[in-house]
Every structure is written in C-alpha cells, then in structure tokens.
Design a protein around this ligand. Structure first.
Ligand code: GTP
Ligand code: MG
Length: 294
C-alpha cells in the first residue's frame, strides 16, 4: 500500500467513524436563527467558549457560505492545543493513562501496530498489574501487532514492569516503549500517585522519559471528558490526548472543547475496535469530516 493510499483509507475510516457526529453538525447548516445555531452548537458538545467563537464567525454569513466558515474556524480551534511531536529519543517512551475502560489497552495495541507498519521496533509494557486478565489481553494485542511484550503478574509493581521494558528496549536498541497502565479514576489520589511513580521511575531509567504521557479519553462521555483531562493533566503533566470510540457516538464535537480548553494536542483518534482503527489527528481533515461524507 502506498503512503497516499494509506492516507485515503485513513480519511475514509475517519469519515465513516464520524457518521453520527456528522449528522449533528450538518444540522448547523440549515439553522434559521442565531438562537437555533447556539442551541445546536451547545448540543454538539463543543462547549460554551467554542460556541461563542463559532457564532461570532457565522453571524451575518449567508447560509450557503456558513459551512465553509464553520469548517475553517473549527480547524483553527482544533489546532489550538498545538501539535509538534516531542523531540526524538531512543527508545522513545510513551506512557498511556486514563480512567477505567476508556480504551487504553485497545489503543495501545493499535498504536503498536501502526508503529510496526512504519518499520519501528517496539517493546510493549504490561503495567496494568491490577487485573489478572490485563496482561493476557495485552499479550493478544502484542501478538497481533507483532511486537515484543514485557509481561507482568497481578500484584507486581507497575513501575518495575515499566522499568524492565525500557531496559529491554535499550539492550535491543529498539525505537519505542509503550506502557499500558491500569484504569484509574482521576479523583483517587492513591492511584494517581501510582501513575506518577511510574513516570518518575521511567525518568530514572532514561533521563527525559517518558517523551509522551497520553490520556486516552472515551469520546462517548462528552463534556465529562474535560474534567477527567484537567485532573490528569494537573497531576501527571500530560503531553497530549488520544480520543477513542468516536465511531460509537454523536459527541465528536467534544474534541473542539478539549483542544480549546486544555491547550493540549490531540495525537490520535480511535474509530473502531480493530487494529487499523487509529488515525493520527489532523485538524483540517477532522473539521472537513464533520460536514462532508456519506
Ligand atoms: N467502538 C470502539 N470501541 C472501542 C474503541 N477503543 C476501545 N474500544 C472498546 O472499549 C472497550 C474497553 O477497551 P479497553 O481497551 O479494554 O479499555 P481500557 O481502558 O484498557 O480498560 P481498563 O484497562 O479496564 O481500564 C473494549 O470493548 C474495546 O473494544 C474504539 O475506538 N471504538
Ligand atoms: Mg486496559
């Protein structure tokens, strides 16, 4: 598959994953008053600040041109969190965090697969040491994606597993270490401290690590995701987000609120349950897919 074909398929997956969200955004095009527009924007989960900014852009714009104006402003707002990837490091360490069931393990598997396809060598760390089945679930993903797994037993120290994985990658001169962690509620101080410890231990084994601390957010929770992201960011210092489960929801507008309110880049979006359903986030392509597609 050529790079262009890959991009074409990625855009189609994004368009089909956003079908439900698109039906919400398309209603904006036929709104008959500013009041109706405002109501629709708030109902589209973009949040009150983005609603104001978008209304400012379309007031007085002819309905035929409204779609273009909205798309351009949404692309701009989606870029508000920045986007530059971190400086290269070897191995580059990516720590994956989030609340229970948000999609961390699935996303980790997809990310491994994507990196493998780019020819990268990856070590996967099973640092969810709470659930017995967690290491097994990750082993299945590691096998599918064709990456090396540093496994764990229930009750083992999660930071020690992450430590071992970086050591393994260093000894093999691999490109990436991806650390899947247990689900934790952002309101539980003890669990957040455990995540912070994993982070500190990673920094000890390879100064500067982790290069990325990514929060996996479940898009179906809509505006509640903002509170989660804020709390994780305050306690762990996130470098970006991955928004999963966009395919199951009409609440894809929440990415606009996230980018605007948190000032963090969205790195990837998840649009399904298979290995291939993860796309690098592109603000312009995302804004277009909110309006255009079958
Ligand atoms: N439709 C859809 N489902 C997804 C996506 N990502 C994850 N899921 C599903 O969400 C459920 C939870 O996924 P996991 O990856 O196990 O979530 P987790 O965050 O690792 O869960 P814990 O480790 O228990 O905290 C599974 O049924 C996944 O198949 C996605 O992008 N789209
Ligand atoms: Mg998991």
């Amino acid at each position: 598959m050529s790079a262009l074909e890959g991009i074409g398929r990625g855009l189609r997956r994004l368009a089909s994953g956003l079908a439900r969200t698109r039906s919400v955004f398309r209603r904006l095009l036929s709104a008959e008053s500013d009041e109706e527009l405002e109501e629709l924007l708030l109902g589209a989960d973009v949040g009150s600040r983005a609603t104001e900014l978008l209304l400012d852009k379309v007031r007085g714009v002819r309905p035929a041109e409204r779609g273009t104006a909205l798309e351009a402003e949404i692309a701009r707002l989606l870029s508000a969190g920045g986007g530059a990837p971190p400086a290269a490091a070897r191995p580059a360490v990516i720590l994956i965090v989030g609340v229970n069931g948000s999609g961390k393990t699935t996303t980790t598997g997809k990310l491994c697969y994507r990196l493998r396809r780019e020819g990268k060598r990856v070590v996967l760390a099973a640092a969810d040491t709470y659930r017995d089945a967690a290491a097994e679930q990750l082993a299945v993903w590691a096998e599918r994606a064709g990456v090396e797994l540093v496994s764990s037993r229930q009750g083992q120290d999660a930071a020690a597993v992450a430590f071992d994985a970086v050591r393994r990658a260093q000894s093999r001169d691999d490109d990436f270490v991806i650390v899947d962690t247990a689900g934790r509620l952002h309101t539980r101080t003890d669990l957040m401290q455990e995540a912070d410890k994993i982070k500190r231990v990673l920094g000890r084994v390879r100064p500067g690590a982790p290069e990325e601390t990514l929060l996996v957010l479940d898009a179906t929770v809509g505006q509640n995701g903002l509170a989660q992201a804020r709390a994780f960011n305050e306690q762990l210092g996130l470098t970006g987000l991955i928004v999963a489960k966009l395919d199951g929801t009409a609440r894809g507008g929440v990415l606009i609120a996230i980018a605007l309110e948190l000032g963090l880049p969205i790195r990837y979006v998840g649009t399904g349950e298979t290995l291939e359903d993860l796309e690098p986030f592109d603000p312009a392509a995302y804004a277009r897919a909110l309006f255009e597609g079958d």
